[in-house]
Ligand binder design. Structure first.
Ligand SMILES: NC(=O)c1ccc[n+]([C@@H]2O[C@H](COP(=O)([O-])OP(=O)(O)OC[C@H]3O[C@@H](n4cnc5c(N)ncnc54)[C@H](O)[C@@H]3O)[C@@H](O)[C@H]2O)c1
Length: 432
């Protein structure tokens, strides 16, 4: 099939490449000229394990193309996936859908034969109705069908998640579109994915409800961790004890910093905003948003306590600054609020991240990027394990750190408190 992915970011690039690997002809379009020029040269704009090779393979065999020409790419394709960003509005309330509607306006001027227009971007309920309205202002409804097909891939596991999804959700009442999409996704269904056809609005809501539920699970265990710290119980025992119950499940039940990334923070706020529009109070999700927003300052206070209130001139090292491991995505990472707050209190920050130096911290005089773990932690008073990269799981702190009285604050509970105690390392975990 001939596909066009509009927006070549985490979702558009990964799904475009995977669709091409399944034998489809795919054009990945982006308005970012540099990004497309680089992709044509084999330079991948994001860190995603395995993506590099898959792009090269499919670009070289001509099934995958890159373009900045939106109109030409649309007219050459039968199925158009909208994969542009849907960030939170500048006023902090609801999703900014301007990128989506701009694309809809471009699409409507090109359609001359039947096309399926799909939102793969996460969009609030009724966005599909709006896209249909925009396109039908210039095009006959017989020439297009607007479908919701939300994407559930996780950064860091994106290729695997795309090829082996738990489910493929297709929201449409249009039989022709449903038949074509079932065919497009049939190679994934033969690997065990369930194909679910729902109404368009239901598909839009499934995505938000799923993300809000996962964010709730994380926030729930983070709050239980706060209680554990007060009663001398290890939250890891609670996670295991709860997670073995099949009704609960152990995934997304590990205490850590505030959830971040490009999805959970914006999607929880957006679903609350949608519900408000329909006079519905999503009180659980509202409190999740609030609890998560408070978490970074709560952990900041914990850092201050760990340092006995003496933060000034302390050398603090962050291991990992992205919102989670195996991605270079900094969007809404808790390090973005914690590092500036510690700087204000006079700390000197050093950090190492396996995905390299971050532009976000270049403006700060007292933030230094180290190119490896050893040089990052060597002179530290306090080492904060912020992200759960495998690289951080077996560090010989005693051998590397030169200070006698250094402290490790493990925000991912990677290390065993008992083993650290045996090594006489002053160690703090979360919820223990
Ligand atoms: N990142 C994830 O893990 C993930 C997972 C599932 C769903 N989603 C959803 O998918 C959507 C995209 O997320 P992302 O992380 O891939 O975003 P992204 O910011 O990485 O990529 C979006 C791309 O769209 C391009 N773009 C914007 N307007 C354009 C236009 N008019 N023409 C061509 N290109 C245009 C941008 O230049 C950018 O490269 C969002 O709605 C997000 O919520 C993201």
């Amino acid at each position: 099939m001939k596909l066009c992915m509009i927006g070549t970011g985490y979702v558009g690039l990964v799904s475009g490449v995977c669709f091409s690997d399944l034998g489809n002809e795919v054009i990945c379009v982006d308005r970012d000229i540099k990004k497309i020029q680089n992709l044509k040269k084999g330079i991948i704009p994001i860190y995603e394990p395995g993506l590099d090779e898959l792009v090269k393979k499919n670009y070289n065999n001509n099934r995958l193309k890159f373009s900045t020409n939106l109109k030409e790419s649309i007219s050459k394709s039968d199925i158009i996936f909208i994969c542009v960003g849907t960030p939170t509005k500048k006023n902090g309330i609801g999703a900014d859908l301007s990128q989506i509607y701009n694309v809809a306006k471009e699409i409507r001027s090109v359609i001359s034969k039947f096309k399926i227009i799909i939102t793969k971007s996460t969009v609030p309920v009724t966005t599909g109705d709006e896209i249909e309205k925009i396109i039908s202002q210039k095009t006959s409804k017989k020439l297009f069908s607007v479908v919701s097909n939300p994407e559930f891939l996780r950064e860091g596991e994106a290729i695997r998640d795309f090829i082996y999804p738990d489910r493929v959700v297709v929201g449409t009442d249009n039989k022709r579109s449903n038949r074509i999409l079932k065919n497009l996704y049939s190679p994934l269904m033969s690997k065990g994915a369930k194909y679910i056809n729902t109404s368009r609005r239901a598909a839009e809501l499934i995505k938000y409800a799923s993300n809000a539920f996962l964010a709730t699970k994380i926030t729930f265990i983070n709050e239980i961790a706060n209680l554990c710290e007060k009663i001398n119980v290890n939250v890891e025992d609670i996670s295991i004890g709860m997670g073995l119950d099949k009704r609960i499940g152990g995934r997304f039940l590990r205490a850590g910093p505030a959830y971040g990334g490009s999805c959970f923070p914006k999607d929880t706020k957006a679903i609350v905003n949608t519900a408000n529009k329909f006079q519905t109070n999503l009180s659980v999700i509202k409190s999740v948003v609030k609890s998560n927003e408070n978490r970074s300052s709560l952990l900041l206070n914990r850092v201050i306590d760990i340092l006995d209130g003496k933060v000034k001139n302390k050398k603090i090292c962050f291991l990992g600054v992205t919102f989670k491991a195996n991605t270079d995505d900094m969007r809404d990472s808790s390090s973005l609020s914690m590092i500036p707050s510690l700087l204000k209190k006079g700390a000197k920050i050093n950090y190492f991240d396996p995905t390299g130096e971050k532009d976000d911290f270049k403006k700060f005089k007292d933030v230094n990027f180290s190119s490896n773990i050893n040089s990052a932690i060597k002179e530290s008073d306090l080492i904060i394990i912020h992200t759960e990269w495998n690289d951080f799981k077996s560090i010989n702190f005693k051998k590397i750190v030169v200070k006698k009285k250094f402290i490790v604050f493990d925000m991912r509970n990677i290390y065993s408190p008992l083993k650290m105690k045996k090594q006489k390392i002053k160690y703090f975990g979360l919820g223990c």
